[in-house]
Design a binder for this molecule. Structure first.
Ligand code: FES
Length: 123
């Protein structure tokens, strides 16, 4: 009988075997105009979501799921949906809107520089 592959809830990883990780240094995500007021944009390559609240203020969160570490790959409006166990998060507040996750997404520093969105620790 073949050994059963580990299905531990702490070892989800991105397709290709890479472990999902949010930026550890500031990254240039793209033009500031890509995120409209009240909207959000998911930057899958960097595991970051950037949103803009009604007053125009930018927010950024890691999109590494706080449940078991899967990279979140879906944004519906301003709701992030984790592919692994279906947790959902609000991209504007980072809060959980659907379990099994219980912890909010980790907030990242973000700012606009010369019309570009820069996010990540040290931004
Ligand atoms: S890792 Fe389980 S819901 Fe995201």
């Amino acid at each position: 009988m073949a050994p059963v592959a580990g299905l531990g809830l702490t070892a989800c990883s991105a397709p290709g075997g890479e472990v999902a990780a949010a930026p550890t240094a500031p990254v240039d995500l793209g033009a500031e105009g890509e995120v409209s007021k009240g909207g959000a944009k998911l930057y899958r390559d960097h595991n970051v979501v950037v949103s803009r609240d009604g007053s125009g203020r930018l927010k950024a969160y890691s999109t590494v799921c706080t449940h078991a570490g899967c990279p979140i790959n879906k944004l519906q409006g301003t709701t992030l949906v984790c592919p692994c166990h279906g947790s959902q998060f609000d991209a504007v507040t980072g809060k959980v809107v659907q379990s099994p996750a219980t912890e909010p997404l980790a907030e990242l520093p973000v700012r606009a520089v010369n019309g570009r969105i820069i996010a990540g620790p040290g931004a």
